[in-house]
Design a protein around this ligand. Structure first.
Ligand SMILES: Cc1ncc(COP(=O)(O)O)c(C=O)c1O
Length: 397
């Protein structure tokens, strides 16, 4: 008799009652747009920016309509323009190279290591070869690189780092939060992140020019004074004639849904960690499974679990995935020939110029991924692990 998981792993975390109440209050007023011509004091989006900047211990915050927009605007406000080379680690999600392409800039993909984080030797080599002056570091699936080493290398090579923190709200390296290392950090509040507003994004930075440009380009018209986590008027005066309006604002409604979730993040992350480690402890004993190493400096925030299915051919891996999916545990696969669902990698982004990534291709060829919804009970987490182990045993000769 085979085990089956009776829980939809795509179940998002519902916003708390306080979000529902705040959204209802706002809906009744009709002020859903973040700017008001009579002044926006007390606007949900402006309040969110102040609270988020405080959590990240950054001076400025800009709320926008998606994580991808946050990355695009952070890069553009940092000075990336058409034809500029932007270094990017090869394990990431499609909207990340997409944000670089959106700028008509050129992604230069950097190898990853077996921890699923950026390969520093390849970063050095490709920075030198390409002459790139920007690094977009994607903390993909919550795997945090040695940030002290990455920061030191960027300083040495005079490279500006922008962090993609879509999966790492609250994660730290040596006690420092992701989003505090680069010149800017970009976050997402899409449903499967640490907070859920369906769509949404946030930029944090201490750079006044970057902040003013991002606010102007997000589409603030000349109402930028309604931002509270923002630089002085004199900084806007430098940029307002030179910044296109890209209409990427966050709506007040999204901000109203997000604000009550901020205090919940530490508890959510703690629960994610328990779920992840509980399942990982069961899976790691199997002879065909290998888990990426997590060094003690990394305080990770796992909304999903990654493992390598080693020693199997691609058809065998696909058979395990089909079997596990049939028993209620859909496994995503990064090694497929074609992009599927949310998983894709450099060879699938055919708009890019050819990239040199043999190490990453070998690493990703066996990489599997399981979503970890917060609603999963301990017993269901155990069932999930049992399903995967049974599917693997079916595959063994
Ligand atoms: C690593 C990573 N970066 C950026 C994004 C883009 O975020 P959004 O979907 O909010 O545009 C995602 C989306 O899931 C992501 O996984």
């Amino acid at each position: 008799m085979r085990t089956k998981l009776e829980f939809d792993l795509a179940t998002p975390q519902a916003p708390p009652k306080a979000s529902v109440q705040a959204a209802m209050r706002l809906l009744e007023t009709g002020f859903l747009f973040r700017y008001a011509e009579m002044g926006g004091a007390g606007n949900e989006a402006a309040l969110l920016e102040v609270e988020f900047a405080a959590i990240l211990k950054r001076k400025y915050c800009i709320a926008v309509n998606s994580g991808g927009s946050a990355i695009f605007l952070a890069l553009k406000a940092a000075g990336v323009g058409p034809g500029d080379k932007v270094l990017l680690n090869a394990f990431t999600l499609a909207p990340v190279p997409g944000a670089i392409e959106h700028l008509n800039a050129e992604p230069v993909l950097v190898e990853i290591d077996e921890r699923l984080t950026i390969d520093l030797d390849d970063l050095r080599a490709k920075a030198k070869d390409s002459g790139a002056k920007y690094l977009l570091l994607s903390h993909m699936r919550g795997h945090v690189a040695d940030m002290m080493a990455v920061s030191a290398l960027c300083a040495e090579l005079d490279i500006k780092m922008i962090e993609d923190c879509a999966h790492t709200m609250g994660a730290t390296w040596s006690g420092v939060q992701t989003g505090q290392f680069g010149i800017a950090g970009a976050f997402s509040s899409q449903s499967y992140k640490q907070f859920n507003t369906g769509e949404g994004g946030l930029i944090v930075t201490d750079d006044e020019d970057l902040a003013a440009r991002a606010i102007l380009m997000s589409g603030s018209y000349m109402l930028y004074a309604q931002h509270s986590a923002a630089p002085d008027e004199a900084v806007f005066a430098r940029w307002k004639g030179h910044s296109a309006n890209h209409s990427m604002r966050m709506s007040a409604l999204t901000a109203a849904i997000l604000r009550p979730q901020l205090p919940l993040i530490p508890a959510r992350n703690a629960r994610w960690r328990i779920l992840h480690d509980r399942i990982a402890a069961r899976l790691r004993n199997h002879q065909l499974i290998h888990l990426p190493v997590r060094p003690p400096e990394e305080d990770y925030t796992p909304t999903s679990l990654q493992f390598f299915m080693q020693g199997l051919s691609q058809p065998q891996i696909k058979a395990v995935i089909a079997d596990s999916t049939a028993h209620g545990v859909p496994i995503k696969f990064f090694g497929g020939d074609a992009p599927e669902g949310f998983t894709s990698r450099a060879p699938h982004w055919e708009y890019l110029s050819p990239q040199n990534l043999p190490r990453s291709e070998a690493i990703l060829s066996t990489l599997c991924d399981i979503r970890l919804p917060l609603g999963l009970s301990d017993a269901q987490a155990d069932t999930l692990a049992t399903v995967v182990l049974e599917s693997l045993n079916e595959a063994l000769p």
